[in-house]
Ligand binder design. Structure first.
Ligand SMILES: *Cc1c(COP(=O)(O)O)cnc(C)c1O
Length: 370
């Protein structure tokens, strides 16, 4: 039976079929396993190599992604693995210049030191680039924090024709909204700290790939570097996953209504949301995303007004990161590292009642612009 993710996320465990079995098996805490004699072919040998709680979660994520996957201690643990595993000195990789800051710093400060050429171009110019001589192309769609999109099918075709690999950082969307491997990408990475776990209580990541051959160096990298998740964290992420579809559905419908409100406000200079038909990302988003997600970007006229607005919006918790069940927001330029304006706010819409969100936001506007 071909099930939608909302169903398959809940109904794929063999466990719940057995009489008297718990619906959810708890985390397995193990640094070592009973291992007598010849260890060849024994799945569980040592805690840094493998763990049954990771394996159960990896099976679930793989199903969403459409390819085998390995989990990591953080999104950056997964990203540094994927950026390193398939390149060698002399290779060229291309990153989005407007993508996640830490990814760019890792490539520029470390990969380039090891003789890898690191180039960067804006997300919205990726599709019209000639990839000859490139080994790996990295893209975010929607990009964080600018929310530009790339046609992943079209990009995968042009990248692979040039003999390169396409990797997608799918953090903003999650594998539920779009599965890059199914759209033709070779590699998909995500920070599951964000919407995939969705409860703001775990730092986590994963790498999914087109086939087992591509997974081999990722597994070896994880074992050697030791960027392994804890069993408790893996179990919490697995638990969070069960409600992914309802969370994303609510976040997306709330976000659309908020984006519409913002678009109609005379105090807001620019609104970015892939679900707004007027947005530059809309046509591509509509084609490749099942929902438009909970992240909205918008610009107030200055840093001071943006800060004032955030301090007045009682229901939006001022914090970094996104994708959780609570509505959160921050002025991105307080970090100084993104290519956005001083008054740009990244808003992550939660699962609260839309009426409460709109009412409290309206009040914040009244107080900010008396
Ligand atoms: C947060 C984030 C990361 C890093 O993930 P961590 O879990 O914090 O290590 C990578 N890429 C994107 C797009 C992110 O938003």
């Amino acid at each position: 039976m071909n099930m939608s993710p909302a169903t398959s996320l809940l109904h794929q465990s063999d466990l719940i079929q057995a009489q008297g079995a718990p619906f959810s098996q708890g985390p397995v805490f193990a640094s070592t396993y009973h291992l007598a004699g010849n260890p060849a072919g024994i799945k569980y040998q040592y805690g840094r190599f493998d763990n049954p709680t990771w394996v159960a979660l990896e099976k679930t994520i793989s199903e969403l992604e459409g390819g085998p996957c390995l989990t990591f201690a953080s999104g950056m643990g997964a990203i540094s693995a994927a950026l390193t595993a398939w390149v060698k000195p002399g290779d060229t990789i291309v990153l989005p210049s407007d993508g996640y800051f830490a990814t760019r710093v890792f490539a520029e400060n470390y990969l380039s030191k090891w003789g890898i050429h690191v180039k960067s171009i804006p997300t919205n110019q990726m599709v019209n680039t000639d990839w000859s001589g490139v080994r790996l192309v990295w893209v975010e769609s929607p990009s964080n924090p600018g929310l530009d999109t790339v046609d992943i099918c079209a990009l995968a075709a042009s990248v692979q024709q040039a003999g390169a690999l396409l990797a997608v950082d799918n953090t903003t969307a999650t594998a539920l909204i779009q599965a890059p491997l199914k759209l033709g990408a070779d590699i998909c990475v995500a920070s599951d700290t964000k919407a995939l776990n969705g409860h703001s209580d775990v730092v986590f990541g994963h790498v999914a790939v087109r086939d087992e051959e591509l997974l081999k160096p990722i597994r070896q990298w994880r074992t050697l570097v030791g960027a392994i998740p804890g069993p408790m964290e893996a179990w919490l992420v697995h638990r969070g996953l069960m409600t992914l579809d309802v969370r994303i559905e609510r976040q997306s419908s709330n976000a659309l209504k908020i984006a519409e409100y913002l678009s109609s406000s005379k105090h807001v200079r620019l609104v970015r949301y892939p679900g707004l038909p007027t947005d530059a990302s809309y046509e591509i988003a509509r084609k490749q995303m099942r929902y438009f997600g909970g992240v909205v970007g918008f610009e107030l006229p200055s840093a001071a007004l943006a800060q004032a607005f955030l301090s007045h919006w009682s229901l939006a918790i001022e914090s970094t990161s996104f994708g959780g069940v609570h509505t959160t927001a921050e002025r991105r330029m307080r970090w100084g590292s993104d290519h956005v304006s001083e008054g740009f706010i990244r808003l992550s819409v939660g699962i609260e009642s839309i009426n409460d969100l709109l009412t409290s936001m309206e009040k914040a506007f009244e107080k900010t612009f008396p």
